[in-house]
Design a protein around this ligand. Structure first.
Ligand code: HEC
Ligand code: HEC
Length: 340
């Protein structure tokens, strides 16, 4: 019975699953080794750009660059690696950066990046922005480091180091950062049971009671779209969100939906890190949603109160469910950590 309800509530993904892609065959022995992405069975196929197929050498290069502080040498982010702010134990976010760092988890599925949607396109496009505009990587300097030219040759066929190749290698590594082995996933695959509180929280999340699943759908727990969830009623400065990029008044106060996978690890919450705990986030959805012309219609679905008015018990249950989204396999996977 329990399974039937869940299947009915969540039954969107299974039927839409596209056929599996097979990697292009290669007879050339000197070309890089294809890398097969290991996806959980309930995940859709990830679209990968034809001009940047995953290879073992490309992923290894991306991983080395991600963890290398020399990537920022001489630039405005001098002394930082990507991994300085994007820390594996926090699902590649960080609770000590003083800003709301976005996690790197299942990001290969997204086509819109950064809280305000500054970059639309593929992971390669946002990586080019990070490498060129944010880090302003000094490619001539990297070429003087003995380990890099051979790694670029192994990954891309020649020793040339440029922003595009750095971005492509980083994109390959970040595509491999797949999280799909949380307690919830194991429950979904029929491997473990959830507690009563976790079950009750799940029912709130996936039903009209909480309506969370409309914007945080399975299996990624984000729609990768932009919404105004009523954090503010007037919008100034950064809080104008997507509007700052599109200049369309309909986009005022809209931000990219973050994934809720590993959400217990990614405090502080929201684009400006205004909430320190999940309790504060749930209190927002329950009691503090503010009306404005661009408030998402889902927030007043079926003409309901824009606030959910959850009981203390319902709030505790919802948090218990959110905690089942933590994937300890992901944060401890040695393949995602610093290279030896
Ligand atoms: C100083 C801390 C810091 C460093 C260093 C850093 N990031 Fe970030 N990263 C952030 C913050 C903060 C955000 C959210 C910023 C925003 O949306 O305005 C972010 C967002 C991102 C996103 C968007 C994720 C999404 O879900 O849309 C990507 C991709 C990214 N960073 C990649 C990188 C890469 C690659 C590097 C290294 C070249 C890097 N970052 C270095 C702090 C950092
Ligand atoms: C209308 C779409 C929408 C609905 C419905 C919705 N969310 Fe969100 N959620 C978002 C967006 C967009 C953000 C980021 C907003 C921002 O930073 O300004 C967010 C942020 C969050 C965060 C913070 C995550 C982080 O890493 O910062 C949590 C936790 C969360 N939502 C949980 C929930 C829960 C639980 C529900 C149901 C009670 C819910 N959401 C309903 C769109 C939605």
């Amino acid at each position: 019975m329990r399974w039937l309800i869940i299947t009915l509530l969540l039954g969107l993904i299974a039927c839409k699953k596209p056929p599996k892609d097979s990697p292009p065959a290669s007879n050339n022995t000197s070309s890089p080794t294809p890398y097969t992405l290991q996806l959980p069975p309930e995940f859709p196929v990830m679209k990968i750009r034809e001009d940047n197929p995953l290879t073992k050498e490309g992923v290894a290069l991306g991983r080395k660059l991600y963890y290398d502080v020399r990537l920022s040498q001489g630039g405005p982010m001098q002394g930082h690696a990507c991994a300085t702010c994007h820390v594996q134990s926090f699902s590649f976010a960080n609770n000590a950066a003083g800003v709301s760092v976005m996690p790197h988890v299942n990001l290969g599925y997204s086509n819109a990046f950064l809280w305000k949607g500054n970059v639309q396109g593929t992971l390669e496009d946002v990586m080019l922005f990070e490498v060129k505009d944010f880090f302003q990587v000094d490619t001539a300097y990297l070429a003087t480091l003995p380990e890099y030219p051979p790694m670029f040759k192994a990954a891309f066929g020649s020793e040339t180091i440029n922003h595009k190749r750095i971005a492509y290698a980083l994109a390959q590594f970040v595509r491999t950062l797949i999280s799909g082995n949380s307690k919830f996933d194991r429950y979904y695959r029929g491997e473990v049971m959830l507690s009563d509180a976790e079950m009750r929280g799940m029912m709130i999340f996936f039903s009209e009671r909480g309506d969370c699943f409309h914007c945080h759908p399975l299996p990624l727990f984000t729609d990768y779209e932009f919404h105004n969830i009523g954090l503010d009623s007037v919008f100034t400065g950064e809080n104008q969100g997507l509007y700052l990029i599109t200049k369309n008044p309909a986009d005022l106060g809209k931000f990219r939906t973050p994934t809720l996978r590993n959400v217990a690890l990614t405090a502080p919450y929201m684009h400006d890190g205004r909430f320190a705990t999940l309790q504060e986030v749930i209190d927002h959805y329950s009691d503090h949603v503010k009306a404005s012309p661009t408030l998402d219609p889902i927030m007043s679905h079926n003409n309901r109160d824009i606030n959910l008015r959850l009981t203390p018990q319902e709030k505790a249950d919802l948090i218990a469910f959110l905690l089942t989204l933590t994937d300890s396999t992901f944060i401890n996977n040695p393949d995602f950590g610093p290279p030896q």
